[in-house]
Design a protein around this ligand. Structure first.
Ligand SMILES: [Zn+2]
Length: 456
């Protein structure tokens, strides 16, 4: 399989270094509900995990929760809760959202506040090696000494000077140099605090991922993943800390970054106030439709949040569902050979996870099944293959639970009654049925070819 790595800036053959594929993906900060941008990243790495298993590998995927930081402290104050309560609330919400999106859980989901001893060991080691230092103003913070690593900047591809331009550097009196970043932050009065050799404080964001990757997956991991917005400074800093501490290079053999979700051309972010939460999306669309919308774009491309597009995917998902369950019209004695479809599917996925192409193969197979039905071919083998390939993309092909409690069959039955009522010139009855469907979140479009319906 070929995978693109941000570090080498090219596609390379991927094989795990050991028996299992080890993957570390940066998880959410548990200060707010997850939005569709989080769903994008989660679906991409879920599909990578599923595909590697489909190829016969054992996969160990670790995804952390950043359960202490400034945003969580602020969110706790706003909600009148403790930081633990806020973190727990959004951890549970994340799991519920991801379960409903059919994103499988990682092998481990460690939390920063439960890994303090490992984090402290790493910071102490970095200080002993001269790579880090306690703040020069005795504030109790600890900083990483960026100039101690001549390779710093190799992931994001920029020099330290360039990195400093355009980055807001807080003037922190305890730093030796502006590019140095905090490994340990001394706590202000009233903030959550853990004991350390430098006084009460909490871990910086970057060090937690280095410590957890080392703790759970070892000195070198096969794949480090996350969104493109994490390349700098988060991943650059993780990389320098980890390689400095262990002396082992590389820290990650492949750096895999997904493109970002945009809304009307702007990045979806809390500060811009343009977030669509995963829950909101799931109230309107099935998990299959949301996943298909994400996977029709290559994972490294930016994705525009577009409700019409997801609505189109809802209808496309229905076509796949129907093909997966139709029965043949006759018995021709022939059957469909699904092997060429699997071959093309694998070929697409081997090319840096080309999911748009892989999805197209599943649609071709659905088309073949529909033709086979008309020709009276045996369909079971092709349908089983279609379900297998769809499952690699995390598509259930199951009928979504609809808001109004109407199944697809229910909707079809109502439509037949409505058509009959219209044929009988009983427009009041026809309108009543249409209103009932709208109430249940089903919209109708009457056209020359009949009535098309979709869920909103
Ligand atoms: Zn991270």
């Amino acid at each position: 399989m070929k995978l693109y790595s941000t570090l080498t800036r090219d596609k390379r053959d991927f094989e795990p270094a050991g028996d299992a594929v080890t993957i570390y993906v940066c998880g959410i900060t548990t200060s707010n509900s997850s939005h569709v941008g989080h769903a994008l990243s989660a679906v991409v790495f879920d599909v990578l995990h599923r595909y590697l298993e489909f190829r016969g590998y054992t996969v160990r995927r670790v995804q952390n929760f950043t359960d202490i930081d400034d945003k969580i402290i602020a969110s706790a104050r706003d909600q009148g809760l403790s930081t633990e309560e806020v973190a727990e609330k959004y951890v549970q919400e994340f799991f519920r959202d991801m379960d409903d999106l059919n994103v499988r859980r990682a092998t481990e989901h460690p939390r920063a506040t439960e890994e303090i001893p490992a984090i402290l060991r790493m910071i102490e080691g970095l200080i002993e090696q001269g790579r880090a230092y306690p703040a020069t103003d005795n504030s109790g913070s600890v900083y990483f000494r960026v100039k101690s690593d001549p390779e710093y900047g190799k992931l994001s591809g920029r020099s330290v000077d360039e990195l400093l331009e355009g980055v807001r550097i807080d003037v922190e009196p305890g730093k030796e140099a502006p590019a140095d970043f905090a490994l340990w932050k001394s706590s202000k009065p009233g903030e959550p605090s853990w004991d350390s050799p430098w006084g009460g404080g909490r871990p910086g964001w970057h060090i937690e991922c280095s410590a957890m990757a080392l703790e759970y997956l070892g000195e070198t991991i096969d794949i480090h993943g996350g969104g493109l917005d994490l390349v700098f400074p988060h991943h650059e800093n993780e990389l320098t800390q980890s390689e400095s501490f262990t002396g082992q290079k590389p820290f990650a053999r492949f750096w895999v970054h997904n493109g970002l979700l945009r809304l009307d051309g702007a990045k979806m972010s809390k500060s811009l106030g343009n977030l669509v939460t995963v829950r909101e999306a799931l109230e309107s669309y099935s998990a299959d439709a949301i996943r298909m919308y994400i996977l029709t774009s290559h994972y490294r491309s930016p994705l525009i949040y577009d409700q019409d597009n997801i609505g189109t995917q809802e209808r496309a998902a229905r076509r796949l569902r129907q093909a997966a369950s139709v029965t043949s019209r006759a018995d021709s004695g022939d059957s469909i050979d699904p092997a060429p479809f699997r071959e093309r599917f694998v070929e697409a996925m081997e090319d840096d996870l080309n999911t748009p192409q892989a999805l197209a193969v599943i649609f071709d197979l659905a088309h073949e099944i529909n033709r086979g039905r008309d020709a009276g071919h045996e369909l079971a083998g092709a349908q089983a293959e279609m379900r297998t390939l769809a499952d690699v993309l995390g598509l259930t092909l199951a009928e979504p639970a609809s808001k109004g409690g109407l199944s697809d069959e229910d909707v079809e039955a109502r439509l037949a009654s409505r058509a009959q009522a219209r044929a009988n010139q009983d427009f009041a009855a026809a309108d009543a049925i249409r209103d009932e469907l709208i109430e249940a979140g089903v919209v109708l479009e009457d056209g020359p070819g009949g009535t098309i319906w979709s869920r909103v």
